[in-house]
Design a protein around this ligand. Structure first.
Ligand SMILES: [Fe+2]
Ligand SMILES: [Fe+2]
Length: 283
């Protein structure tokens, strides 16, 4: 087993591997269109209509009871308008990665989607409770993509990944620490690097970077804490699988940063539990 000594070496190794699914052309075209000053939803909708299964997924998400729109949405242009571009981009990235790598870690897509629902829900509740203005759509994206670094590890360092999962199964150590012991890097940092490279905003990639170390976050500390709590609740409720069998205690820093107590958490659990029946979009 080889330790990666420098970040450059790691990036080179990750880039060299052909196991990581490349993003579909439609994403780069859509990204270009979004970055264009006079982009139009019509053009984006037109680009998306070439990918039937992607369009179907977008419509399934926007029509899920989680979003709770009063009327059924049939048009992809309308769906894009309601979801927003960052969510659209995150769904494209995650469906590409999760469908291509479904066998690598069965259950990760369910874990990620439930975490996305939960993070968005917590953000909305925190906004309602205080004069906060957390972008709950970006929290959805961060939830969906937060563990994508695990896929990179699984695809790039296959043997090490097996070992990491084996150790995690037997020990009471956080997965990110085991990854770090073996690879000198962990999935939170790898995910952050990747999401940054795919041009999503810092309000998405910084919480991903700090989702296991909220106290280290300078910017987007509240967002990092929301993501940490959403991940914790997803694990505690046993939804999906993310390589973790040992449940750590709830993070005290998170409770302090969000200024919440156990009653708030109880009400969140009651409100989110039914989302477990809506995790079919990657099927
Ligand atoms: Fe994680
Ligand atoms: Fe996670």
């Amino acid at each position: 087993m080889k330790k990666i000594d420098t970040l450059d070496e790691l990036i080179a190794t990750v880039k060299k591997t052909d196991n990581i699914p490349t993003l579909p052309k439609v994403l780069s075209k859509i990204s270009k269109e979004i970055d264009n000053d006079n982009f139009s939803i019509k053009n984006i909708g037109e680009l998306m209509s070439h990918d039937v299964s992607l369009s179907a997924r977008i419509l399934r998400i926007v029509n899920s009871p989680f979003y709770g729109f009063p009327q059924r949405i049939y048009s992809i242009n309308h769906a894009i308008m309601l979801l927003g571009f960052n969510v659209l981009k995150s769904i494209i990235i995650s469906t590409t990665v999760f469908t291509a790598m479904k066998k690598t870690m069965a259950g990760l897509s369910e874990h990620s989607l439930f975490c996305a629902f939960t993070a968005k829900h917590i953000a909305a509740s925190i906004n309602a409770k205080k004069i906060n203005n957390i972008d709950s759509d970006n929290m959805f994206s961060a939830g969906l993509l937060h563990d994508i670094g695990k896929i990179i590890i699984a695809a790039t360092f296959k043997e090490d990944f097996k070992k990491i999962i084996e150790i995690a199964d037997k020990s009471e150590k956080p997965l990110a620490d085991i990854e770090y012991d073996i690879l000198n890097i962990s999935h939170d940092y790898l995910g952050y690097m990747l999401i940054k490279e795919w041009n999503l905003p810092s309000s998405i990639y910084l919480p991903i970077k700090y989702h296991h170390n909220v106290n280290l976050a300078d910017d987007f500390k509240i967002e990092s804490a929301i993501l940490n709590l959403a991940n914790f609740l997803t694990l505690a409720l046993g939804i999906g699988f993310s390589g973790v069998t040992y449940l750590e205690k709830i993070n005290r820093d998170t409770l302090k940063i969000l200024d919440i107590d156990i009653y708030f958490i109880k009400s969140i659990i009651e409100e989110i539990y039914s989302y477990k029946d809506e995790l079919y979009i990657f099927d």
